[in-house]
Ligand binder design. Structure first.
Ligand SMILES: [Zn+2]
Length: 390
């Protein structure tokens, strides 16, 4: 995978810039070939280490001699239209994907200065070909029922939380299609950055984060276009959050994503963004928190005789990782009178968590335990994703 070169091939070569062009092309196309979501170029003291993120986990694919580092980063910056003469500041841009195979819709580049030189990360966005129905995503029955109930609403806000690559776009697309199927006449608009999943029947708008069509600008004008259902790719700032909450309070059903670790942290994040507690409690219907865990490879997984759980082994089929494909774990918190009261009183995170626990809320680790019990994933993987040691 992308290992077209070794350290010794480069010694004595003079045309480093030429090498950099073909190396960068090779790494980027190699990443697309194996479906990697990110390519990392990490300078160390003596090398430039290249890694791919596969199924959510980083895997080193190459360690290049340090002498090539500068040219490789410079080449990436040229591709991303960044300032090549500035090596001392973080920069972000996008790499043109014209004529790209492999269903790539966008590539984002970010460079950052470190003590060993500039570090670069390319995030690759793919167009999802296999549209999945809401019922097929792997939600537990109670979560699925809650989501369906919320999707039938005419007003309110459904928030999805989880880090990048936790399957949020797939879930949002599935819910939009569920709404389309049940209410074919509804006016549905989505603002995305970038558009990863094309959905027939939905007006999809591409946001340009570095241009004029930002989330707040687009959202504000869009509300005059009489939409009933709105999907906003991400709530990143207070301005977007405020417009979204107001829209949810005035006869629109909204869905969006936000960065936070748990549903309760999501509620507090909105308060931190300057949203009034009464606005949060009267607009937010629910917060869904989700992650993807790696599935144990069916060909080589082994049952531990002591615990009876399955563990990763490794075979040709799974590239000796022990895992193949991914499964969804989730938890949902719907706002009811008790939670509304707690949020209105600006209760802290710990108290909210305790309140949920006392009511028997199934949190994400508990949902993951269901998959460990069924032999779909391992306890190690659960600890990696949920961060608990048992
Ligand atoms: Zn295997």
């Amino acid at each position: 995978m992308g290992q077209k070169s070794t350290n010794k091939d480069f010694k004595g070569r003079e045309n480093k810039a030429q090498d950099a062009v073909s190396l960068v092309d090779g790494f980027l196309s190699g990443a697309v070939d194996c479906g990697a979501s990110d390519v990392h170029f990490e300078p160390t003291e003596k090398e430039l280490v290249v890694k791919y993120r596969l199924d959510g986990v980083l895997k080193q694919v190459e360690a290049l001699p340090k002498i090539l580092s500068e040219n490789i980063i410079a080449r990436l910056k040229v591709l991303g239209n960044l300032l090549t003469y500035r090596n001392d500041i973080p920069q972000e841009g996008r790499i043109e994907t014209n004529g790209q195979n492999g269903g790539v819709v966008d590539k984002r580049l970010s460079v950052f200065p470190t003590i060993y030189g500039q570090r670069a990360v390319v995030r690759i966005f793919y167009q999802h070909k296999n549209l999945t129905e809401l019922e097929q995503l792997g939600f537990s029955k109670p979560v699925l029922e809650s989501l369906k109930k919320i999707a039938f609403k005419n007003q309110g806000l459904l928030l999805l939380t989880g880090p990048a690559g936790s399957g949020k776009s797939t879930t949002l697309a599935a819910i939009l299609r569920f709404i389309l199927k049940n209410f074919s006449g509804k006016s549905i608009v989505s603002l995305e950055d970038p558009v990863e999943i094309r959905i027939e029947g939905v007006t999809q708008v591409q946001i340009t984060p570095f241009g004029e069509m930002t989330f707040p600008t687009a959202l504000r004008s869009l509300l005059r276009q009489d939409p009933q259902v709105l999907m906003i790719g991400e709530i990143r700032d207070a301005e977007t959050a405020k417009i979204a909450i107001e829209a949810a309070l005035t006869g629109h059903f909204l869905m969006s994503t936000m960065h936070s670790g748990t549903p309760t942290a999501g509620f507090l994040r909105l308060l931190e963004m300057g949203i009034e507690p009464y606005q949060v409690t009267s607009s937010v219907s629910a917060i869904l928190n989700q992650r993807l865990v790696r599935r144990l490879c069916d060909k080589c997984k082994k049952q531990n005789s002591k615990t009876s759980f399955y563990e990763a082994a490794g075979c040709e089929s799974c590239l000796h990782t022990g895992y193949k494909g991914r499964a969804l774990i989730s938890e949902i918190v719907e706002l009811d009178s008790e939670l509304r009261k707690a949020i209105a009183q600006k209760t802290d995170l710990e108290k909210l968590e305790t309140l949920l626990k006392s009511r028997g809320h199934t949190n994400m680790p508990a949902d993951c335990r269901r998959l460990v019990g069924e032999g779909i994933t391992s306890a190690d993987e659960m600890n990696r994703v949920c961060g608990i040691i048992e």
